[in-house]
Design a protein around this ligand. Structure first.
Ligand code: G
Ligand code: G
Ligand code: NA
Ligand code: MN
Length: 254
C-alpha cells in the first residue's frame, strides 16, 4: 500500500527522480522541447507511477513540496545541459492545479530561474485542463504573473476535460497538448480525426502552439504533419529517459 510516510521519505532521499521525453517540431524535426516526468522507485513497491502518487501527494499535503522539487530539479538539469552545450529550447514541468493556488508560485519560480541562470522562456509549466473546471481567481492571477515573467504555460491532456472553447480563448496559455487518448483511434476513426483537426485549427486561430502526445506510429506522425500540428511527443521518437540517457539520445539525434 502506498503511504504518505514512504512518499515523504522518497522526496527527502533520491527515490524521486525526473525522466525526460523529447518533443519534436513537426516542420523540420528539430527539438521543440523536453517534458520532465516524475518517477518514484520504491524499494518495496518498485516503480510507482505519478498517476498514483500525485493524487496521494495532493491529499496528504506533499504536492507543494513535489511541485518545488520538480521545478528545481528540471531547471538544474536544463542549466547543466546548457553548460554542456546541448541545444534544447525549453523544458516542460508538470504541476498540479493545487500548485497554482499558491500565491508564492511565481516568486518561487523566479528565484529558481535566477539561481540557475535560466531565461524564463526556457521554462514551460504544464497544467491539466481540470484547472478550468474548478477555476479560482488565484489560479488565473498566478498564471498571468508567470506569463508576465516570460514563463510559458501549457494546457495538458486537452480534450479529456470539460473546458468550453469560449473559456479556452480567455485563458493565458501558450500551448495546448492533445491528450494521448486521441491517438489510439486517430488513424481509423474519422470522428477522432475530425476532433484532432478541430483542436489544431483552434490552436492556430488562438495563436497557441499545439503538441500531440502519445504519437506511436509513422501514420500518426504523417497525419499530424498534414494537419499542421506544431510538435509531437511519443514512443515513436523516444520514451521518457533518465537524464544521462536523454543527453545520449539527443547527441545521437542531432
Ligand atoms: O509519465 P507518466 O505517464 O507515468 O505520468 C502520469 C501522469 O503523471 C501524467 O498525467 C503526468 O502529467 C503526471 N506527472 C508526471 N510527473 C509529474 C510531476 O512532476 N508533477 C505532477 N503534478 N504531475 C506529474
Ligand atoms: O498526462 P501527461 O501528458 O503528462 O502524461 C505523459 C505520460 O504519457 C507519461 O507517463 C509518458 O510515459 C506517457 N507517454 C509518453 N509517450 C507515450 C506514448 O507514445 N504512448 C503512451 N501510451 N504513453 C506515452
Ligand atoms: Na504532462
Ligand atoms: Mn498529457
Amino acid at each position: 500500500l502506498m503511504h504518505s510516510t514512504a512518499l515523504r521519505e522518497a522526496i527527502a532521499s533520491e527515490a524521486l527522480t525526473l525522466h525526460y521525453q523529447p518533443q519534436i517540431r513537426t516542420r523540420d524535426g528539430a527539438i521543440h522541447g523536453v517534458e520532465a516526468l516524475a518517477r518514484w522507485h520504491d524499494p518495496v513497491l518498485g516503480e510507482v507511477s505519478p498517476a498514483k502518487f500525485i493524487p496521494l501527494a495532493e491529499e496528504c499535503g506533499l504536492i507543494e513540496q513535489i511541485g518545488v522539487w520538480s521545478i528545481k530539479t528540471a531547471c538544474q538539469q536544463m542549466a547543466s545541459w546548457r553548460r554542456a552545450g546541448l541545444d534544447i529550447p525549453c523544458i516542460s514541468v508538470n504541476l498540479s492545479p493545487i500548485n497554482f493556488q499558491n500565491v508564492n508560485l511565481a516568486a518561487m519560480v523566479a528565484q529558481i530561474l535566477a539561481a540557475n541562470d535560466l531565461p524564463a522562456k526556457m521554462l514551460m509549466l504544464e497544467i491539466t485542463e481540470g484547472v478550468i473546471l474548478n477555476e479560482r481567481a488565484t489560479v488565473i492571477a498566478t498564471m498571468n504573473e508567470l506569463r508576465n515573467m516570460g514563463v510559458g504555460l501549457s494546457l495538458d491532456d486537452f480534450g479529456t476535460g470539460y473546458s468550453s472553447l469560449s473559456r479556452l480563448a480567455q485563458l493565458p496559455i501558450d500551448e495546448l497538448k492533445i491528450d494521448r487518448s486521441f491517438m489510439r483511434d486517430f488513424e481509423n476513426d474519422s470522428g477522432t480525426r475530425a476532433i484532432v483537426t478541430a483542436v489544431v485549427r483552434v490552436g492556430q486561430s488562438l495563436d497557441v502552439a499545439v503538441v500531440a502526445e502519445g504519437v506511436e506510429t509513422e501514420p500518426q506522425r504523417k497525419l499530424l504533419a498534414e494537419l499542421g500540428c506544431d510538435a509531437m511527443q511519443g514512443f515513436l521518437f523516444a520514451r521518457p529517459m533518465a537524464a544521462s540517457a536523454f543527453s545520449r539520445w539527443l547527441l545521437d539525434y542531432s
